[in-house]
Design a protein around this ligand. Structure first.
Ligand code: VG1
Ligand code: CO
Length: 548
């Protein structure tokens, strides 16, 4: 059925002042997105910021959270009205963030829209989000997100096709206005990509030999992917995937695979009943948690270990070109890059800064301390990819996670690392804390705190080596003479008040000192971090709300 062009409507609207995308798209309370015109204004602002998509393909999907299906119907009708030729939608409105990236690349799409607030909770009283990805499959760079914001401040109307809802659950083609809408299997393209990167036969053999794992999809988007790949292709025992059905409210859980929200996995991994590997991913499938029997792997260590061992996986057997990490991520990966004699790039927080480095072939592996790792196979971080990489490394080395981590520390030294989050603090206090730190920066170098001396302190700025763009104010760094660091920044993904993140790191080369409990190993730096930033005074908090 083809609807006539006359069905395109132009709807008058007025701007919302708060549509500036953050670290990863626009995130707000679901009720904010449900206001009349709110989502449509932002979607129109995306399209109005882009050029040359007439007749081209747009990929659309989301993490299945509450309001996902309604939002997708709006995006489809607006994409059709704005002139896209084809709209590819994951069945059921489902596409993990890395699968959307893979689909954009495989289909040579113009771009994609992912409906997700990632690791933020979902539901009518929780969070919703939307982000735009460009043709390389990666998050829109700042130039585009700023243009979207600029449009959103002056928008007067948006275009939408008047059409009945598309049946999102039936694979196949239909039309909305002049555009073709294709409902596709959300897993297939991603799954075949994984099969090209990893040694599936070796991993399957490891499972046949009795290897056990638990993967918690946290009732979010990765359930269908994990079931198809881990239990389906690789033969992990049925029941290895926990909470494998995507639910609109994630079963009332917070789909953030960290030591607070996935505590049960940590407890399992430390118990007598521990499987060989415990793992999890977040709301939209781009984060990963890896815990071996009796051994938690910090995301920063995971990045370093993946970089050091990637050549064991068929997709990386020729070696890796370079490694990139976000600035707050520990420097464990730096020493791997040094040993491999490859480039190491330090970028601001957020995956959008890795895209240029990957496109230019400067790096193969990227990672963030916030449980994100990925490679040049897509342009997003990729939770299941990281877990498959670990499975591949375990199958190739025939050692436990614990043995691999210990051997890595023995060879490269250990970066004790922790992040302390102070969530939902008052914005005024948070801003005052950062302003106070900035004011102190010039006087910090040379100062002593206990046994530690500040070597340098600055506000991190990044000059992209590919396009020369400069991003300022990306986090306050206090660097100590012994290589320790404290980093402070405010979150760009929260939806209530402000969240202060404090990142603390100390390098320990001596293997005899690799058994200290992390918070104890960092105790003096934690105290100094509180003192320099006057955390208690500005936040009114004595302790962080989340420690990872
Ligand atoms: C957080 C993390 C950052 C990550 C971002 C998106 O941002 O710190 O490393 O890239 O979330 O991850 P912020 O600004 O709150 O610190 V996700 O899984 O939301 O796509
Ligand atoms: Co995410």
């Amino acid at each position: 059925m083809t609807l006539a062009l006359a069905e395109i409507r132009t709807i008058a609207t007025t701007p919302f002042p708060d549509q500036r995308p953050g670290t990863s798209g626009l995130r707000k309370k679901t009720k904010v997105f449900q206001q009349p015109h709110y989502l449509a204004n932002f979607v129109q602002s995306i399209f109005s910021s882009l050029d040359g998509f007439e007749g081209k393909t747009l990929v659309v999907g989301g993490d299945g959270r509450f309001f996902n299906r309604e939002a997708i119907q709006i995006v489809i009708r607006m994409a059709a009205a704005n002139g896209f030729g084809e709209i590819l939608v994951g069945r059921g409105g489902i596409l993990s963030t890395p699968a959307a990236s893979a689909l954009i690349r495989a289909e040579k799409a113009f771009g994609g829209i992912v409906l997700s607030a990632s690791h933020n909770p979902g539901g009518p009283d929780a969070d919703f989000g939307i982000k735009y990805n460009i043709s390389n499959g990666g998050p829109a760079p700042e130039k585009i997100t700023e243009a979207i914001f600029a449009h959103s401040k002056t928008i007067e109307s948006y275009r939408i096709v008047e059409a009945p809802d598309v049946d999102l659950d039936a694979l196949g083609e239909t039309r909305v206005g002049e555009a073709k809408v294709r409902i596709v299997d959300p897993v297939a393209v991603y799954q075949s990509l994984m099969e090209t990167l990893f040694d599936f036969p070796a991993i399957a053999q490891m499972f046949r030999d009795g290897f056990t794992m638990k993967f918690d999809a946290m009732s979010a988007v990765t359930g269908p992917y994990a079931k198809a790949i881990l239990e389906g292709s690789l033969g992990a025992a049925p029941g290895s995937v926990l909470n494998g059905e995507p639910l609109p409210d994630f079963g009332h859980h917070h789909p953030d695979p960290n030591l607070v929200h996935a505590r049960h996995l940590y407890d399992l991994a430390m118990s007598d009943a521990a499987p060989d590997l415990c793992a999890a991913s977040d709301g939209d499938g781009d984060r990963n948690l890896v815990i071996g029997r009796g051994q938690f792997v910090t995301p920063s260590d995971s990045l370093a270990i993946i970089a050091a061992n990637a050549h064991l996986a068929p997709g990386y057997k020729g070696g890796i070109a370079g490694v990139a990490r976000s600035m707050p991520t520990s420097r464990a990966a730096d020493r791997v890059a040094e040993k491999l004699k490859i480039g190491l790039y330090e970028t601001p927080t957020g995956w959008k800064f890795f895209g240029n480095l990957l496109d230019a072939g400067k790096v193969t592996i990227c990672g963030e301390e916030s449980a994100g790792a990925g490679s040049n196979h897509v342009r997003e971080k990729d939770g299941l990819w990281a877990i498959l990489m670990w499975l591949n490394i375990l199958a190739a080395r025939k050692q436990s996670v614990k043995d691999i981590v210990r051997a890595h520390w023995a060879a490269f030294g250990r970066n004790y690392y922790s992040r302390h989050d102070y969530e939902e603090i008052a914005s005024e206090g948070a801003d005052a804390l950062i302003d106070g730190l900035r004011a102190k920066l010039p006087g910090l170098a040379g100062k002593n705190f206990g046994a530690l001396t500040v070597e340098a302190a600055d506000d991190f700025a990044y000059a992209d080596p590919v396009d020369g763009s400069v991003s300022k104010n990306q986090g306050i760094r206090v660097l100590f003479a012994d290589g320790s660091r404290i980093v402070y920044r405010l979150s760009g993904t929260g939806t209530a008040g402000a969240t202060l993140r404090v990142y603390i790191e100390r390098f320990e080369p001596d293997p005899a000192k690799h058994d200290i409990e992390t918070q104890a190993a960092l105790a003096d730096l934690i105290a100094i971090a509180g003192e320099i930033a006057e955390i208690r005074r500005h936040t009114g908090r004595d302790t962080p709300s989340v420690i990872t």
